[in-house]
Design a protein around this ligand. Structure first.
Ligand code: N01
Length: 541
């Protein structure tokens, strides 16, 4: 509690059952479920609207690379029947329209306080409640505090010297101005070639006078092959949406059931078979390329065949062989998140686009008129930071969260996040994290992963109430075993083999720990088992 308000008595503080932090896909559904249970709830959201990721990431080309029929809620049959998707992969504007429709349809806004950031959440051990404070001076006391803060919501802007004195405009893809950015006649620099860079670069190249792309790590990307939604596909899914969701929930990634995961081995296939196979998946488009053989993320030799195929494609697509070589990744295929693009590599054939290898010659400073690397200076009117996020932990650690004995979450996670199932962390009773570190989250289709967590948390709260219990908290033993298990599973794959944000390696000083849990169906089974055994691994009182 703030020491500047010593006289403030608890009577002034709103007492409610649940605080939800965030109103993206996770926060909106959590709010809906909690309200259905008849609990009092308030959600807080920093922005002025619902949507989370899809509210903030309005950069040109922003769209989902999970197919539209899969990237939506399934909790309401009416909702999934009435909404019509217009493209194979939905653009940001359509997903934002969808989540706004959900907010209207379920009348969510009346319990969301927008433009309000939760600054602290402290557990009061005597009252056994969370004391939550916002930047607008709200103070609440809640039995449960549910963090729906998103995995990719805290932007990462590298601390380049000189940025403050830059005379042009700079923007981050993850915090894009609502009015858009006018690139016409401008010299633009884009820093970063992850999914956001790869989606926006082709369009910024079209809109600007000149574009310079500053690439530190070349990335693998496959064609998205986006197209208008086939009405027959949409109708077929809707005819039995439940079965479609079920099929997807049995996939390792919780998606792609009907596009397919192939169990065959890339190493056992002949060279001709592989070439034909990869050609098919390249044309089909999308992230399923990563699942086109069963062993691509488990066997280095298998992985090398896919890497080599995509490298060959880059050489075909890029006219200048020297530029092509800079664009060719050297890391394990898929260990940084695979990207899906529309005309990305071809963009480097344009006369108004240059590529700068900042791995060879790093960015040293932003100057008033542009940017300087180790060996050259670039004049720029606009700098676009496509430099990603402090993933999975950034938003949580941005809040002053304190559990038992005043321990901060930052102290507890100083060597990396520690959770049980990505749902809770020992020492922080009645604090839930939706798609927290240690859960499939970003290595699953996010919307079903969110729904599974929200359902689990809602059932857990109901269980406590029915049993006359007040608190639930992960046990330290279960948490330790789970953290080991998450690592063990990751180490069976090739995912930890490069500097990805899955490991926190993109943020200087962040502990290198593999954060997502690999394998959605196994994870769901484990969560169900925990419930069946009366919340085994959690301590209740
Ligand atoms: O961020 P990223 P993102 N100097 O971290 C570079 C999801 N998403 O916003 O690789 C120079 O992937 C950094 O270089 P390096 C999706 O899960 C989904 O693009 O660290 N460069 C990298 O190239 C995705 O994975 C969708 O060496 C610097 C880039 O910035 C996640 O969000 C669309 C640098 C950051 O790439 C994040 O994607 C968009 C520095 N100091 C995003 N610091 C879809 O659904 C960083 N970089 C399609």
């Amino acid at each position: 509690m703030s020491s500047s308000k010593p006289d403030r008595e608890r009577v002034d503080i709103a007492e409610i059952d649940v605080v939800v932090v965030g109103a993206g896909f996770a926060g909106c559904y959590m709010l809906h479920r909690v309200r259905e249970m008849g609990l009092s709830v308030r959600a807080f959201e920093t922005s002025s609207g619902v949507g989370g990721t899809w509210y903030w990431n309005r950069y040109p080309g922003a769209r989902c690379d999970i197919e539209s029929m899969e990237y939506s809620y399934q909790f309401s049959e009416e909702l999934q029947q009435e909404w019509e998707w217009s493209e194979r992969y939905s653009p940001q504007s359509e997903i934002l329209a969808y989540i706004n429709h959900v907010a209207d349809r379920f009348d969510l806004r009346r319990d969301i306080q927008f433009e309000t950031r939760v600054t602290s959440a402290h557990f009061d051990e005597t009252g056994r409640r969370w004391h939550v404070v916002t930047d607008r001076g709200d103070e609440l006391s809640a039995q449960f505090c549910i963090m729906a803060t998103g995995c990719l919501s805290s932007t990462n802007t590298p601390d380049f010297p000189g940025l403050d004195a830059f005379e042009g405009d700079w923007v981050h893809t993850g915090d894009w101005p609502h009015e858009g950015v006018d690139f016409s006649g401008k010299r633009v620099g884009v820093i970063g070639t992850g999914s956001s860079g790869i989606q926006s670069i082709p369009l910024i190249a079209l809109e600007s006078d000149h574009l310079t792309v500053f690439q530190r790590t070349a990335n693998y990307s496959v064609p998205a092959n986006n197209r208008p939604m086939d009405p027959q596909v949409q109708a077929k899914v809707k005819a039995d949406y439940r079965a479609f969701r079920q099929r997807n929930s049995e996939m390792p990634f919780g998606a792609f059931a009907d596009v397919g995961r192939r169990e065959e081995s890339a190493v056992l296939a002949t060279e001709e078979e592989r070439a034909e196979h990869y050609d098919y998946w390249w044309i089909e488009g999308g992230l399923t390329f990563l699942a086109s053989y069963g062993d691509l993320m488990f066997d280095a030799d298998a992985n090398a065949t896919a890497a080599s195929y995509v490298r060959g494609k880059i050489r075909e697509l890029v006219d200048d062989p020297e530029v092509a070589e800079i664009l060719i990744p050297d890391q394990v295929f898929g260990c940084k998140r695979l990207c899906a693009d529309t005309g990305y590599f071809e963009t480097f054939n344009r006369s108004n686009v240059d590529l700068v290898d900042v791995r060879k010659s790093p960015i040293e400073e932003i100057t008033p008129t542009g940017l300087r690397t180790g060996d050259a200076e670039y004049a720029l009117d606009v700098i676009v930071f496509a430099t990603g996020f402090d993933a999975m932990t950034g938003a949580l650690l941005g809040i002053d969260i304190r559990g038992r004995d005043g321990q901060t979450l930052g102290e507890k996670w100083s060597a990396g996040p520690r959770t049980y199932l990505g749902l809770g962390t020992a020492g922080f009773p009645n604090l839930f994290t939706i798609t927290g570190p240690g859960s499939p989250s970003v290595l699953a289709n996010m919307v079903p992963a969110i729904e599974q967590h929200v359902n689990w948390i809602s059932d857990c709260i109901q269980y406590l109430r029915d049993a006359g219990l007040h608190e639930i908290e992960a046990s330290i033993d279960a948490e330790d075993a789970w953290v080991d298990h998450v690592n063990e599973v990751a180490n069976m794959t090739l995912f930890p083999g490069c500097n990805s944000w899955y490991l926190g390696a993109n943020v200087p000083g962040k502990p290198r720990v593999f954060m997502p849990y690999i394998g959605f169906p196994m994870y769901v089974e484990k969560c169900e088992e925990v419930v069946a055994k009366n919340y085994e691994g959690f301590v209740t009182s």
